[in-house]
Design a protein around this ligand. Structure first.
Ligand SMILES: [Zn+2]
Length: 463
């Protein structure tokens, strides 16, 4: 018998953005998908029978923060949690301590950390300094950054600065020349600062005040500013997270009426969490923008089903537990949630609870984030020639337990602790190799690799 051209064949129900293909197979050669189909699989050196389970493309989390509290050593734990969560490509934000990714030398240093310590593949965002080092933008794109990120709101003048309008305009012009997307943290500084100062003066530092001091208007005002600058500069400007349906309406309107390159992303928490959850979870429910009303969550789902949402991300930010524990002042706590390991089970569950198919998960949590960040055709899809990155789901009745999080001890907390889930991640494959077997992470630090942007074409989600 001749040697098989395939190293392994994986059997299961394949989930693509178009359809669920029952009784399917994926044949892997080296690190890539070499064949796929339905029915009798071709012979191969190894057969992995996952019949009855759903095989999705490995998820691409288009927005996360491995290193905002721990620095680059945080890449190892966060990527381990990604492996256990079926996320095979992380797109990491640039707001790291002590060095945000603001020039090519820093980017190369971070790439070294990814290649030495990551458990999954990782693409990297870049940013600029508050003083506006526009001249470093071409070099960052050349060194492989997938996208840029700037902010209208300042958390810290070095780590996470506000970029003023003239500097942002100049940055957009330069980024437009690279063809890369520029995501924006979208909150109005003056409004938030004034409302926060008033709340503190009135002695109101309880959890709900986090939402009251960052109202929807703080977002939509910032959205308008950045989209006006998108029209002016032809830069692809992307809302890094919209917690309100209006953000998607504005992105669509500027695209349709002005021909601007505008888009907006939802994080999974804005598709399920409400202000009641902020009150219940206190600091562990604090993120920016904040959770909104149940009515707003319903409107978010309408926008998703109308095709107005670019993709769904986690904004994973594994703050040390101590930075999230509420002791009477919500304003002093870190903003951001963990969400990588719960991402796949939760989005599957949210879809299933609404009678929606997992094909939407393949589209909005794998294919589209890969395309927005220029990582296709290598990442984001079950396709011949693509990396054999797979997220395997077992459906059933499960409960998410924060103790199961595969990260450093003080990052094992989750706003979804105790939530009923209708699926769990039974296996994760990265470039053809099993890196999570449903119980243990099999990847080692350095199994993951840096993924440079593959091309300069911009994608707005139209097809
Ligand atoms: Zn973020």
């Amino acid at each position: 018998m001749p040697a098989s051209p395939y190293d392994r064949v994986i059997l299961g129900d394949l989930v693509t953005p178009e359809a669920v293909i029952p009784g399917g197979y994926i044949a892997v050669r080296g690190e890539s998908i070499a064949a796929l189909g339905q029915g009798t699989p071709p012979p191969s050196a190894e057969l992995i029978d996952l019949s009855g389970k759903l095989i999705l493309p490995g998820l691409v989390d288009g927005h996360m923060h491995t290193s905002s509290s721990t620095g680059w050593p945080g890449i190892e734990g966060a990527s381990r949690s990604a492996a256990a969560g079926g996320v095979t490509t992380c797109v990491d934000m640039p707001y790291d301590v002590p060095h945000p990714v603001t020039d090519a030398a820093i980017l190369r240093e971070k790439i070294g950390w990814v290649n030495r310590t990551s458990h999954v593949d990782m693409a990297l965002y870049a940013t600029i300094r508050k003083d506006g080092n526009i001249g470093d933008i071409p070099g960052l794109a050349e060194a492989g950054a997938c996208s840029f990120k700037l902010s209208t709101y300042e958390y810290d003048a070095v780590r996470f600065p506000r970029i003023d309008h003239p500097t942002m305009l100049a940055a957009f012009r330069e980024i437009a020349r690279t063809g890369l997307m520029c995501a924006i943290h979208n909150e109005d500084q003056e409004l938030v600062e004034k409302l926060t100062a008033s709340a503190k003066a009135a002695g109101r530092t309880d959890p709900i005040m986090h939402a009251r001091t960052r109202p929807p208007l703080a977002e939509s005002m910032a959205d308008l500013e950045i989209f006006e600058m998108a029209v002016e500069t032809s830069c692809h400007v992307h809302i890094a997270h919209s917690s309100i349906a209006r953000g998607f309406d504005l992105a669509t309107a500027f695209r349709d009426l002005e021909g601007a390159k505008t888009s907006a992303e939802a994080c999974i928490q804005y598709l399920c969490m409400t202000e009641e959850d902020l009150v219940r979870l206190q600091g562990f429910g604090k993120c920016n923008p904040p959770f909104r009303s149940a009515e707003e969550v319903a409107r978010m789902w309408q926008r998703l089903l109308a095709g107005k949402i670019a993709y769904i991300s986690t904004d994973h930010a594994p703050w040390p537990r101590a930075r999230k524990e509420y002791t009477g002042d919500i304003f002093t706590l870190g903003a951001g949630l963990t969400g990588l390991q719960s991402f796949a089970p939760l989005i599957y569950t949210l879809l299933a609870e609404r009678g929606l198919p997992p094909t939407l998960m393949a589209r909005y949590c794998a294919e589209r984030p890969a395309r927005f960040h220029g990582l296709n055709p290598k990442k984001g899809a079950i396709r011949i020639g693509a990396d054999a990155d797979l997220c395997v789901l077992e459906t059933g009745d499960f409960v998410f337990d924060e103790a199961s999080i595969e990260d450093r001890e003080d990052a094992r907390w989750s706003p979804y602790h105790g939530r009923a889930m209708q699926a769990r991640v039974a296996a994760t494959f990265l470039r053809g190799a099993c890196i999570w077997d449903g119980a243990r992470v099999l990847a080692a630090p350095g199994t993951g690799r840096f993924v440079p942007r593959q091309h300069r074409e911009s994608y707005l989600g139209k097809d």
